[in-house]
Design a protein around this ligand. Sequence first.
Ligand SMILES: O=C(CO)[C@H](O)[C@H](O)COP(=O)(O)O
Length: 323
Amino acid sequence: MPIPPAILTPDFSTPTESVYPSPLRQTLGQSVQYIRTSTPPPEPKGAHGSADVTAQQPNGVVLTPPPTTVIEASKRLAAWTAVDRHVLPQYKVIGIGSGSTVPYVVERIVAQGREMNKDRVFIPTSFQSKELIVNAHLLLGDVDQYPIIDITIDGADEVDETLNCIKGGGACHLREKVLAEAADTFIIVADYRKNSDVLGRNFKQGVPIEVAQFAYAKLLQNVHLLGSPNAVLRMAQGKAGPVVTDNGNFVIDAPFPEEMMKDPYTLLTRLKMLTGVVEVGLFCHMAKAAYFGNQDGSLTVKWHDGRIERIDAGSSPVPQPAE
Ligand SMILES: O=C(CO)[C@H](O)[C@H](O)COP(=O)(O)O
């Protein structure tokens, strides 16, 4: 096919610096009212949590709407405390997870100030977190530019007593796992509903398994045989057909019996051996700590070495580094 004449004209072939278009979105430091996200709005009823925190920035800019429910307040408490303790000034490459808790992480990072953030780069785990980063006017990078990350902070669907997690409720677990693995420090933030002893007790929908599209029917059969007879292909809402991930794959949700969930590492390795599986939403022994905001405004922090820390209501966020 002949090349259209417009492409051959000199103006189009060699743009110089002065002819590059300016970005359509504002750059770091310009004012913004809200971080826009695809996160659903907080549930309408329920009391405020006792988290005594506001989203007000020093310059008066409000970045996310204040939580209107205990659950939202708990998410924010966990996110803010984890950022205060773990996102240290010397950290320059920061992985941003996905889900409804992560906007509070970004909000708190923005509150560290323009000076602190101006030479940091932020790596997204999904379309959603890319939007969060761009809308907060932070510098966007990718894991292929920055395969070593100082810290990644992410949500979770459920966390057990030894910090194994189910992730992938938002179908982002492939990129989330890559960024968790690439990070020197991986921190989980969540509300109290995610704090569990055994995976699958609270999050009943099953282990999310991202699979190549053409292999899904065969994989469903295999996952049934492996011990999850009720495994299903995740269907989209607002679209006919299955959920398609940011990577163009399908997701199978596979609930397994508690006996199998008590040993998530064995289950993970068995699932990963199935041909056509791209990634499994079981994160085993990856997190350094998990922060849970509680209903009463306190926090529970589970550490990788088995320690469980309690932070009383009203004493957090406290900017005391834990490492
Ligand atoms: O794994 C995820 C997305 O794939 C999320 O981190 C997980 O679903 C938790 O989300 P939320 O913060 O909304 O509870």
